[in-house]
Design a protein around this ligand. Structure first.
Ligand code: FAD
Ligand code: NAP
Length: 529
């Protein structure tokens, strides 16, 4: 019997890949990490656009597996910048001596399961092939950029950028006329800063987003001291929540409160700012009438800030709030009061083409020096399906997921033994604070591999019926909410031709319990051999 080169190959060196390496290596497994980028950090390596920062508080958007690490690292701001998060990533890599097992600039193209000897054969773009008992995809939910197929893109004379693949040499927008396509989270963070730098900024908006002020700023030392002294308690509280962070959901329903009470609660949440706004009432994401009260509140705030009523109208979403991810902003709406910013409605008149000189829509050509694509990602499945992954009988993942992603617990796929996905579709991932979601998956996977070693077994595979049940359960939970009602990337609706399936599992705490139960029941739903 052929012995594989490694116990595990990990694809991706973002927060997930780095922690996997640390966990597996400290349990004595041999690991090789492949990363396509020229350095580690994943999201925070690629998304260097102006204004990029987290929207979950820094003290929560960080690893908790090492208390020493938690205590020694000081976050300077409530929402850390991309640069600060990347410094943190590098600190972690150095502290735990991770770099020696990471191969950078290496794109994994193919992974094929060898059924005779139960291992994966992993091949890179450069033509190298290694074998490993386990193959773990830490390829990220938001790592496969989406550049829309707009006619003429290749003939534009100026520079183009994507927020998710931003150049390492910061572009200089001074004196330039810049266009930005998109008004999701990435655009909302970058627009205020690009507007300050550029001569003129043209924003091409198809669907407006709801943005809640961040009120970002330096951390209060007393607040940090309390958090650090009581980290364990805070982390435990976050774990026992629906979203994996201290969102503090009000258990009251908006529909049980009168208008005055609703206003009081929304005012209080607005003053706190950030994603916590969505926790104002318990029924905001399950009852359209309740949701309307929150949406009306935000629309009124937009009208208060934006001077021009027509711009305020265009910037006001008419969709369910929270159905697409709510954005967290600094001076976003205020930016539309600047003389050098023009808002273009490309919902009424879609972009027709990109010309040599700019963007044409509604019989007008807007001349531009440079174009920024803030057009998002082929989320959750994009990075996985770009690779040629083949399980039992040579079946490819692309075939298996033709009608949408199917797996068990968001972690493992029937027909693809010894392969795990970190924060895959079918797990809370993007609807939770991703850091505890990643840590939970990594620890679950490492425990599982450890268990197999103890039991002297070398193969684990999700059972097809367990997978079917899981997919059904994920959909049933989503169907009880307002999430399926809009064209979000959670549903794959931003990518033409992608099957419309709600991908994340709703409910972090419930999910942790499910995973724990599976283990307690002897890896129920899995076949161990
Ligand atoms: P990633 O960080 O995406 O890393 C995956 C890595 O895999 C990438 O480096 C990629 O190059 C590599 N890779 C992919 N395919 C291959 C291949 N075939 N071969 C080799 N390498 C490959 N989440 C939050 O909870 N809070 C936030 O505030 C937050 N802010 C965000 C801001 C932005 C701008 C974006 C885009 C996302 C944000 N997220 C946030 C989500 C964020 O993606 C996760 O929090 C987290 O960083 C994901 O880590 P990861 O290791 O799973 O994936
Ligand atoms: P996004 O939310 O998917 O936004 C993409 C934007 O591009 C949308 O406004 C979309 O309009 C528009 N668009 C796409 N194709 C278009 C076309 N052909 N013509 C006109 N407009 C087009 O992507 P994102 O802003 O990069 O954010 C993705 C996710 O990353 C976020 O939801 C969040 O989870 C994470 N993120 C977090 C932060 C943070 O604050 N920490 C920052 C950035 C990103 P439609 O809506 O009409 O499709």
């Amino acid at each position: 019997m052929t012995q594989p080169d490694f116990d595990a190959v990990v694809v991706g060196a973002g927060f997930a890949g780095l922690y996997l390496l640390h966990q597996l290596r400290s349990r004595g497994f041999s690991v090789r990490v492949y990363e396509a980028g020229s350095d580690i950090g994943g999201t925070w390596f690629w998304n260097r656009y102006p204004g990029a920062r987290c929207d979950v508080e820094s003290l929560e958007y960080s690893y908790q597996f090492s208390d020493a690490l938690q205590q020694e690292w000081d976050w300077s701001e409530k929402y850390a910048t991309q640069g600060e998060i990347l410094s943190y990533v590098n600190h972690v890599a150095e502290r735990f001596d991770l770099r020696r097992d990471i191969q950078l600039n290496t794109h994994v193209e193919q992974a094929i399961f060898n059924e005779d000897d139960d291992y994966w054969q992993v091949s890179t773009k450069d033509g190298d092939t290694v074998t490993a008992r386990f193959c773990i995809m830490a390829t990220g939910c938001l790592s496969s950029t989406n550049v829309p197929d707009i006619k003429g893109l290749e003939i534009f004379k100026g520079a183009t950028f994507h927020t998710g693949n931003w150049p390492h040499v910061e572009p200089d927008f001074e004196g330039k006329t810049v266009g930005i396509i998109g008004t999701g989270s990435s655009a909302i963070q970058s627009i205020p800063l690009v507007a300050e730098a550029a001569r003129h900024l043209h924003v091409f908006q198809r669907t407006p987003s709801y943005a809640i002020p961040a009120y970002n700023g330096p951390y209060d030392p007393a607040y940090v001291k309390d958090r650090k002294e009581n980290y364990a308690t805070y982390r435990e509280r976050a774990k026992n929540s629906r979203s994996g962070f201290l969102l503090s959901i009000n258990e009251e329903n908006a529909t049980d409160c009168n208008a005055e009470e609703q206003q009081r609660v929304y005012d209080e949440r607005w003053r706190r700012g950030g994603l916590t706004f969505l926790g104002a009432f318990n029924d905001l994401l399950t009852d359209k009438q309740a949701n309307d009260t929150a949406a009306d509140y935000v629309r009124a705030k937009i009208s208060d800030v934006v001077d021009d009523p027509e711009k305020a109208r265009l910037l006001s979403p008419d969709t369910v709030i929270g159905c697409k991810r709510v954005c967290v902003d600094t001076n976003y709406y205020q930016t539309y009061n600047r003389d050098n910013v023009t808002l273009h409605d490309v919902k009424t008149d879609p972009i027709e083409e990109i010309t040599e000189r700019g963007i044409r829509y509604g019989n007008r050509e807007i001349e531009l020096d440079e174009i920024i694509f803030a057009t998002g990602f082929d989320a959750m499945t994009g990075a996985l399906l770009k690779m040629d992954i083949r399980g039992r009988g040579g079946i490819s993942l692309r075939e298996k997921w033709r009608e949408g992603p199917k797996n068990y617990l968001g972690l493992a796929i029937a027909g693809f033994p010894n392969m795990f996905i970190v924060t895959g579709p079918g797990s809370p991932s993007v609807l939770a604070n991703m850091m505890p979601a990643i840590e939970h998956h990594v620890e679950w996977i490492a425990d599982c591999i450890d268990h197999l070693r103890t039991m002297k077994q070398r193969c684990i595979e999700a059972q097809p019926d367990a997978e079917e049940n899981w997919v059904r359960q994920t959909n049933e939970i989503a169907d009880r909410t307002l999430f399926p009602t809009c064209n979000s990337w959670y549903l794959g609706a931003n990518i033409p031709g992608k099957p419309r399936v709600f991908m994340p599992y709703l409910g972090f705490q419930r999910y942790l319990e499910e995973c724990e139960q599976v283990v307690a029941d002897g890896y129920a739903g899995f076949t161990l051999a």
